[in-house]
Write a protein of this length. Structure first.
Ligand code: ANZ
Length: 846
């Protein structure tokens, strides 16, 4: 394609790389500074597609770039090879999961090798290898020792299709993120990681990542953790010894509470209903059944009519002793805050909707028409200068009539000691009063839930715990790890709601190592997000049989300097990896608290405007494209297709353009006739300036991931070389050799095979992939200047020496600031300015 034999060149250089392994990271004695570059590792659930091709060319550009800057670069790859996709596919095809998985890995690896990615293949890992997942088991036990892994019974997300539980993060809009089935709640005893202990740190440390991670990802994580600040307030319940705690972000409105609402599916509701008269109990029971069929999304939706049941019991407002009727209603969620709220219908929209639906009292306690402390009332004027009517009076804003809750700021009224205070001061004051009375305190609540890690599936890391006959749960001793998976042959892997491992009788029946008494293995496997939460550390000492990762190597290489992958991992993987990093920090195993110093989300490769997917049958397969175009063409075409973060439509990606460009670059190298020791300074000055400007700009552009701009500039440079070859001093001009060498070096991150070929043609016998880029000559970077004239009223009054590439705005400013110009204008008025950068500025005056 395009006049050069891509496949021959590619095969030649790949063989040479395979022979001498030039991209292996330097060892401990390597004195160069280090960079750790990482692309998110793939699932081996099928063939790689163009989205992978995009991901790996970007990470490879960065890895190769840092080598050219003189760094010792680590750029490893592995496979996230446990998990449902592989298992489901294996079930469908009747193959066993490991056979299927490792065949796919081999196929994917072959594509990556053909793509010329400069991975350090000596560090490859597969999370489904026992010598990897053994350390998942170690991690689990470390967390268990610290109280960060625990078992509890609670309502969990259950995917009826995959027949397994899901973490909260794996439920998207009420559906299984993998198969799309509607998720239901089921009460089960499961293993959890206590990520909520780290909620504040996970939130606060996001500030360190500002500017280094995509803003969107930072915001998604903030929302996911969802910290709310307010107070816990304890209410007495008539006829019940224990008080009920509610969480409120608006404790200032406590005097406005007129009823209490509890989640119908909470233990408290069940208890109170069980003590209610028979008719109430029946109504509650019927209501609960409908609620259990309602999704969380629907329950939180604001435009659904409010429903609920009065439980015929009362709570006592701790601040004023008022009796508040207790209702069960589904807009209150069982697992947020304490599953109960004080309802303040005047100032909360959901509570108001409910109060209006059931005719409950509404008490306004914030005068939102009153100016708040320190604010000076401003009389606003409309477009005609007529004062806008002052705000409506409080009567006109009556929430019962308008249906609109008063959620704005104002001054407290009907609130005893709080009267007259602003929201902020009232919150502080009421918390003081509650604390003094022992009925409340300042509190925070999070949306984040503990991470449910048990899965009822085969293809994952066995949970390394034993259940003894007397009901104890004990860790498998460390010297008996790994607990390896039993052979899948003979096991029925079809999802049945319980782990298939439970049916592996020989495997599951074992003994308590302390007593020799019979014990059962835990039959569940770990969420595969455990595997990927620390894999970046395993790359630092792969094959280590004594530890999960080397603490010394982690101190040397980690955290990851540049991490790149799809935005679909904005929450799950990145949140878990951040959590595990912090836990390892607390164990003093790493000396940093954030795993990924900078993060890039590449856009998606789409096709004909639509997302590619296997089910739509519109996947563009990486291997097929590789065979058709060769690696360098794909690499350049993708890098040139647009900004890294943008989606790229494969229909619009020009492989033809890329092929032509690479052929031109090669031809330029072949045309060079000067020797390697030529004196560059004697070359064509204009061409030298283009070369050196690119040598100067390329590093900054690549650091800012402006890969497409660098490719465009390389195309310009190749064209400029061609022009000099075809005219002037021709191919013998030293500037032509200098420029061709610069092209080979700067092209390497994008098209490494063509770059190596050029370098060899130009007479060098070492890999260009290891060449340190040349420094630009500063004298060649001085911008060309031109003379601009400044006219005032049509007469030339001044001339200015300005850069040839000056912007019109900058030129106008220079002219206005010039003393001669100011003198010539005097006290005349400038009515118009005409700027023709870089030559003319003309002031029309009167
Ligand atoms: C009284 C109040 C008055 C409230 C007011 C708000 C406004 P965020 O910001 O999302 O954290 N709430 C507490 N627990 C709840 C639960 N389990 N299910 C549904 N709602 C719950 O929301 C906190 C507010 O949501 C809390 O503050 C509580 O209502 C409600 F003018 O308390 B508020």
């Amino acid at each position: 394609e395009g006049g050069y034999d891509a496949h021959a060149i590619q095969a030649k250089w790949q063989a040479l790389w395979a022979e001498s392994d030039p991209f292996r990271a330097g060892g401990d004695d390597d004195t160069r500074p280090r960079k750790y570059v990482l692309a998110m590792f793939p699932y081996p659930s099928g063939d790689l597609h163009m989205g992978h091709a995009e991901n790996y060319v970007y990470s490879d550009i960065v890895a190769r770039f840092w080598r050219h800057r003189g760094y010792n670069v680590l750029n490893p790859i592995g496979w996230d090879s446990f998990g449902l996709p592989a298992e489901n596919a294996a079930i469908k095809r009747g193959a066993n999961p490991p056979t299927w998985t490792y065949a796919n890995i081999a196929q994917q690896r072959a594509s990556m090798e053909q793509y010329g990615v400069s991975f350090d293949w000596s560090r490859v890992l597969h999370t489904s290898d026992p010598d990897y997942y053994r350390w998942n088991q170690w991690l689990f036990q470390k967390l268990y020792e610290r109280g960060l892994a625990y078992r509890k019974q609670s309502p969990v997300n259950w995917c009826p299709n995959d027949q397994t539980v899901l973490a909260n993060e794996q439920v998207v809009d009420g559906r299984c993120e993998r198969c799309g089935a509607e998720v239901v709640k089921k009460k089960l005893t499961q293993w959890y990681f206590r990520i909520t202990d780290y909620a504040d740190r996970l939130l606060d440390d996001l500030n360190q990542l500002e500017g280094f991670w995509p803003q969107k990802v930072i915001q998604m994580q903030r929302n996911w953790i969802g910290r709310s600040v307010g107070a816990d307030i304890r209410f007495e319940i008539e006829g019940r010894a224990e008080k009920v705690t509610v969480f409120s972000t608006r404790p200032d409105t406590l005097h406005g509470a007129t009823f209490m609402v509890i989640a119908p599916d909470s233990d408290l509701a069940a208890e109170i209903a069980s003590e209610a008269p028979a008719d109430v109990r029946m109504r509650f029971q019927a209501y609960l059944e409908t609620v259990q069929r309602t999704t969380e999304i629907d329950r939180q939706s604001t435009d659904r009519p409010k429903t609920g049941v009065f439980l015929e019991r009362y709570a006592i407002n701790p601040i004023n002793g008022e009796r508040l009727p207790i209702w069960a209603a589904d807009y209150v969620l069982a697992d947020y805050g304490h599953g109960a709220v004080m309802a303040v219908p005047a100032h909360d929209q959901r509570d108001l909707d409910f109060a209006r639906a059931f005719d409950l009292p509404v008490k306004v306690v914030v005068d939102t028409t009153a100016p708040i402390t320190g604010a000076i009332p401003v009389i606003e004027l409309d477009d005609d200068g007529v004062p806008i009517e002052p705000e409506a009076s409080l009567d006109e804003l009556d929430p019962v009539r308008t249906g609109i809750a008063l959620t704005g700021e104002g001054r407290m009224i009907r609130s005893g000691s709080l009267d007259g205070l602003s929201k902020r001061n009232a919150i502080a004051r009421v918390i003081e009063e509650l604390e003094a009375a022992g009925t409340g305190h300042a509190a925070k609540t999070y949306r984040l839930r503990d991470w449910l890690i048990s899965r009822q599936r085969y293809w994952g890391t066995p949970i390394p715990m034993l259940h003894t006959e007397d009901g104890q749960i004990i860790p498998v001793p460390e010297d008996q790890l790994p607990v390896t998976l039993p052979d899948a042959d003979g096991l029925d892997l079809t999802p049945k709601g319980a782990s298939p491992l439970g049916a592996a009788t020989e495997w599951v029946n074992t003994v308590d190592p302390a007593t020799g008494a019979p014990a059962l293995r835990d039959p569940d496997t770990m969420d595969t997000f455990v595997d990927s939460s620390w894999y970046f550390l395993r790359f630092l000492s792969p094959g280590d049989t004594a530890q999960a990762f080397s603490v010394e190597q982690a101190a040397r290489w980690a955290p990851v300097d540049f991490y790149i992958g799809g935005v679909e991992h904005a929450i799950l993987h990145l949140l878990y990896a951040r959590f595990i990093t912090k836990a390892l920090y607390d164990m003093k195993l790493v000396d940093f608290t954030e795993p990924f110093s900078s993060l890039i989300n590449q856009g998606m490769v789409i096709l004909g405007g639509a997302k590619m997917s296997k089910s739509k049958g519109n996947l563009v397969l990486f291997q097929e494209e590789l065979e058709q175009h060769g690696a360098d063409v794909l690499r350049v075409a993708l890098a040139f297709a647009g900004p890294v973060e943008d989606d790229k439509d494969w229909d619009d990606v020009s492989t033809t353009g890329a092929a032509k460009f690479l052929a031109r670059a090669l031809r330029v190298a072949r045309d060079v006739t000067s020797e390697t020791d030529v004196v560059w300074a004697e070359g064509d000055a204009a061409l030298r300036r283009v070369t050196h400007r690119l040598l100067a700009d390329a590093p900054g552009l690549i650091e800012h991931t402006k890969f497409n701009v660098v490719v465009a500039r390389l195309m310009e440079l190749v064209n400029a070389i061609r022009k000099v070859i075809d005219s002037g001093a021709g191919a013998a001009d030293p500037a032509v050799r200098e420029a061709a060498e610069a092209v080979a070096m700067l092209l390497d991150p994008f098209a490494p095979h063509v770059a190596e070929e050029m370098w060899e043609i130009l007479g060098y016998d070492k890999f260009v992939g290891l060449a340190v880029w040349r420094q630009p000559d500063p004298t060649l970077l001085v911008e060309d200047t031109v003379t601009a004239v400044v006219q005032i009223g049509g007469k030339v009054r001044a001339t200015l020496d300005v850069p040839a590439r000056i912007t019109p705005d900058a030129l106008e400013k220079l002219a206005r600031d010039d003393e001669r110009v100011q003198r010539a204008i005097g006290d005349r008025e400038i009515v118009r300015v005409i700027v023709r950068a870089p030559k003319v500025v003309s002031f029309i005056v009167r």
